[in-house]
Design a protein around this ligand. Structure first.
Ligand code: CP
Length: 307
């Protein structure tokens, strides 16, 4: 029987191509399940999962919780802002206290890069990284690639541009790893100040002209400017950023092919993307969210089978 090469999902960096194929094949099955009238399977009746979120989330938190419930796992939710973390409790103590209640798996979002890796070395549970600072957001990258595969038949050979704040984006890094592993051609586009200096070493090109990037690509993944991770200004004004790196309907319609528009959310409408593009037929933003549940069911199921 096929199984993942890892016991935790800490980043796409730790997966191989076969892992991604297995996750997608498993997600295909679960996508069929969640479109039935009875959307639940009894598969993980004996598993308890803790979702611990030290940073805000809408999509990832709800999507994981729904995925766990669709698999019939027992679920507990922990939000750092309402917890004893505020009284000085450490991450390891917090998680070990949760695990002593017989929890098998931890889904964690944390503002510090590497928090999931650290945790996996100190606690006895399977860890899923739901976003660690500006490092990785593996399930987002998996659902993004899965959505491209669903829309275009495959990821291999497709031209994908990731546009925006690459420097602070865990989504960008995880997408680069996932797309390259599957044989896509990847470029990033944004202000030079928001592109990491050594990004070319990952085998991708930098394009600072959005028009040229859009002419080249099959898929444009538009990212939000992460103001909450910035302590200085990286561009003169939001207006100027939008003029140079925002996508609007006029620009989209001027291309000589129909590209696919993606966005991991949350969207800043009118900044990196206008409403008429976000809500257009070329946008698959809500399909990405829908696919997130099937992808997370697949990841949880495959990791749980190794416990
Ligand atoms: N895409 C994503 O991670 O969204 P949330 O921050 O709402 O979870």
């Amino acid at each position: 029987m096929s199984e993942l090469s890892v016991n935790h999902l800490l980043g796409i960096k730790y997966l191989n191509k076969k892992d991604i194929e297995l996750i997608f094949e498993t997600a295909d099955h679960f996508k069929e399940v969640i479109n039935r009238s009875i959307k639940k399977v009894p598969t993980l009746r004996d598993i308890t999962i803790a979702n611990i979120f030290f940073e805000n989330s809408t999509r990832t938190k709800l999507s994981f919780e729904l995925a766990e419930k669709r698999l019939s796992a027992d679920v507990i939710n922990f939000s750092a802002s309402q917890s004893s973390v505020k009284k000085g409790e450490t991450l390891i103590d917090t998680v070990n206290n949760i695990l002593s209640m017989k929890v098998d798996m931890v889904v964690m979002r944390h503002p510090n890069p590497g928090a999931g890796i650290f945790l996996s070395k100190h606690v006895e549970a399977s860890i899923i990284n739901a976003g660690d600072g500006a490092h990785e957001h593996p399930t987002q990258a998996l659902l993004d690639s899965y959505s491209i595969r669903e829309k275009l038949g495959s990821v291999k050979g497709k031209n994908v541009v990731i546009v925006g704040d690459i420097l602070h984006s865990r989504v960008a890094l995880s997408n680069i790893f996932a797309l390259k592993l599957q044989g896509a051609n990847v470029k990033v586009c944004g202000p030079r100040t928001l592109i990491p200096k050594h990004i070319e070493s990952l085998g991708i090109e930098v394009e600072t002209d959005l028009r040229k990037a859009l002419d080249w690509c099959d898929v444009a993944n538009m990212l939000r400017v992460q103001n909450e991770r910035m302590d200085i200004s990286y561009f003169p004004s939001t207006r100027e950023y939008t003029q140079q790196f925002g996508i609007n309907k006029k620009l989209l319609n001027s291309l000589d092919k129909q590209i696919i528009i993606m966005h991991p959310g949350p969207i800043n409408r009118g900044v990196e993307i206008t409403s008429d593009v976000a809500d257009s037929k070329q946008s698959i933003i809500l399909e990405q969210v829908e696919n997130g549940v099937a992808i997370r069911m697949a990841v949880i199921y495959l990791l749980a089978s190794k416990i």
